[in-house]
Design a protein around this ligand. Sequence first.
Ligand code: NAD
Ligand code: TYD
Length: 356
Amino acid sequence: MTRRLLVTGGAGFIGSNFVRHWRDNYPHDYMVVLDALTYAGNCENLAYLEGEENFRFVRGDIKDAALVKRVLETHNIDVIAHFAAESHVDRSILGPRTFVETNVLGTFTLLEEFRYYWETQGKPVNYRFLHISTDEVYGSLTSDAPRFEETTPYAPNSPYAASKAGSDHLVRAYNHTYQLPTIITNCSNNYGPYQFPEKLIPLTCINILMGKSLPVYGDGKNVRDWLYVGDHCRALDIVINYGEPGETYNIGGNNEVENINLVRMICQLMDEFIPELPVKPAGQLITFVKDRPGHDRRYAVKTSKIRKQLGWTPTMTITQGLRLTVQWYLNNREWWEPLLSQEYQSYYQRNYKTDN
Ligand code: NAD
Ligand code: TYD
């Protein structure tokens, strides 16, 4: 069976990795990417698909109901993979409004237009709305607490997490009320190729290359579970094909690491890969800076539901995945250099102003 997918946010980090995964595995499927190309969206990520018969790129906003309706109808979409979002916690602290607008209102608009379209088509049972969300909706764990499960109550702490939680609730309600075939996935911190430079792993690699300080928030002992983006895309593929509508699946990498240890691992890799760095060993650049307001201590998800029900497990260890990722940033300077724009510099100044 060939599918006709609408991938929102497909020019961003995870979305573009997902498009690549889907194209490699289902070359005959039709894909439309709808992306507003915000600071985080980059059409270079999809340039290799230009001119392909079964691929379309539409620049536009998920809050534009008329556009969403037109895209669904024109391209006979049967699966929405919804990645589009404002995704960075630090930016949500500096300016929460766009997070509510895109993550809550944008998701609402997509749901409403998809519902209308699905009902008009006679409620086909094979249609899917996959909503990609985060483990941050569950709040923060203490160091010895059991990992989040799909049944853990929501307790979002940042404006970003609250906006994602709001969108998750709407997705759930559309399934419960209208039987719209929605599925939610809540994943842990992704890493890998094509991640925007402001996130911890690329930021650390790039700052080492430039001899800039490596800002570590607070005491550096906050823990994140790291999921390689390729493992994540494989999980989303399985969820689209075999997941149960109305269900939620947690997706994690089973790789919990303290931030400071992660940064040290990257420093070691850079020391190993590059004979001449502006500052070597790179670990000398580590600088503890003022903590992020409301900084969650630890996130980690249990992945037993998706393992038992759908047979998915992550394959990449953080040691292997970091090696690949650091190498990718070293080999793809021409991808990230243009992203260190004026806008990026001014964000950087605002976010790290007291310490850098
Ligand atoms: P990203 O910031 O790299 O990309 C987001 C994309 O959405 C960009 O291409 C951007 O242009 C587009 N976009 C933003 N607002 C839009 C709008 N109003 N209309 C249309 N397009 C818009 O994000 P990412 O890291 O790839 O994350 C993708 C999804 O996964 C998000 O929903 C995020 O909440 C979720 N998630 C990410 C992580 C992670 O570690 N990166 C972890 C858990 C969940
Ligand atoms: P981030 O990549 O922003 O993801 P999230 O906040 O969604 O988990 O950050 C990962 C962790 O790294 C988080 O605990 C915050 C921390 N961090 C720093 O210590 N310094 C930094 O400059 C950044 C961007 C993040």
